[in-house]
Ligand binder design. Structure first.
Ligand SMILES: [Zn+2]
Length: 326
């Protein structure tokens, strides 16, 4: 039997954590945020906080996941989840997995080169097994019918689509590239928990070392959009839905009921406040915020300088306008 997975495909900082938590408050849906957990995303496990407020090592939900994974033959630890295709033991494979998704010809070359690595071939099967085991465990533990994975990246989706144990539907999330670009320039200020002490997974800090210049930020966003387009090209129209960040922030009810319909779950069952429903999400800082209010964040309008907007336009303006952002 296959397990149902809804994959949020997006550039990072497009509002995917909020969307996954909104959907996760539905009784038929479970989300843990991003499933492709890298050790770097978690940092120090003994200090890391789950969105339920508990330290992750003391969270009962994650304990049940660990037990469920063990029953399926997998030793599971959040600091080494083994669900990320990019975390291969082979340096050769890691190098090949680095570029974002490109056209069919280059992707064919990538796959052919990867298949030459015996380490990759073995790990690819293991990673696929662990992902399928994780989804079925989370569905079992919660009694939900569909798991939302907000991992976002296109390359992961490309490989998950080959997993015969998963029945995958894609929620493609798009946000104005100028807003996303700003979050890449200052991730702590524009894309993390509002309370500075809860940033970086509850460890705090200004994350100044992670900031980009606008040219790089705009390029990064444009490539994310392009790679999403490449992967979607291979899907049937019934397998994916396009959602705009701006639309779900301004008219959440309308957007969420459209997504519920797409996922074949009852729209009427969404609670008014997603924060009052027990959830165990790891990843982006907003999961640790306390407000349930859905607020459209358009701070880029007053924050980006004329010069920064010019740079954005030069690098990614065409792509942004193609999606109707003038
Ligand atoms: Zn928890």
């Amino acid at each position: 039997m296959t397990s149902k997975l809804a994959y949020i495909l997006a550039a990072s900082h497009s509002g995917s954590t909020l969307l996954s938590m909104l959907l996760g408050s539905h009784p038929q849906v479970v989300t843990t945020g991003e499933i492709n957990l890298s050790p770097q995303a978690i940092g120090s496990l003994d200090r890391y906080r789950c969105s339920c407020g508990e330290l992750i090592l003391e969270c009962a939900f994650w304990q049940k996941i660990k037990e469920g994974m063990a029953a399926r033959g997998h030793v599971f630890d959040l600091s080494d989840a083994g669900t990320d295709f990019k975390a291969s033991d082979s340096a050769y494979a890691r190098r090949l997995l680095n570029p974002m998704v490109r056209g069919p010809w280059l992707e064919g070359l990538r796959d052919a080169a990867l298949s030459l690595s015996p380490i990759w071939r073995r790990q690819f099967r293991q990673i696929q097994d662990r992902n399928a085991a994780f989804v079925s465990t989370a569905l079992d533990v919660t009694g939900a019918g569909v798991l939302v994975d907000s991992s976002k990246i296109a390359l992961r989706l490309k490989y998950l689509l080959r997993n015969t144990e998963l029945d995958i539907k894609v929620i493609r999330l798009i946000r104005d590239g100028r807003a996303v670009g700003l979050t890449y320039m200052d991730p702590a200020g524009f894309a993390d928990a509002k309370d500075p002490g809860r940033r970086a997974g509850g460890m705090g800090g200004d994350r100044k070392d992670q900031g980009m210049q606008m040219a790089q930020a705009a390029y990064e966003w444009r490539r994310c959009v392009e790679e999403a387009e490449q992967v979607l090209r291979n899907l049937s129209p019934s397998q994916w839905i396009e959602v705009r960040y701006e639309a779900y922030c301004s008219r959440p009810d309308e957007t969420l009921s459209r997504i519920c319909q797409f996922l074949e779950i009852e729209p009427g069952k969404l609670p008014n406040s997603f924060r009052h429903v027990e959830q165990h999400v790891v990843g982006n800082g907003m999961r640790l915020d306390t407000t349930s209010k859905i607020q459209l964040d358009e701070r880029w309008r007053s924050t980006l300088s004329k010069q920064e907007l010019t740079v954005f336009n030069r690098v990614a303006g065409d792509t942004n306008r193609r999606y109707g952002y003038e």
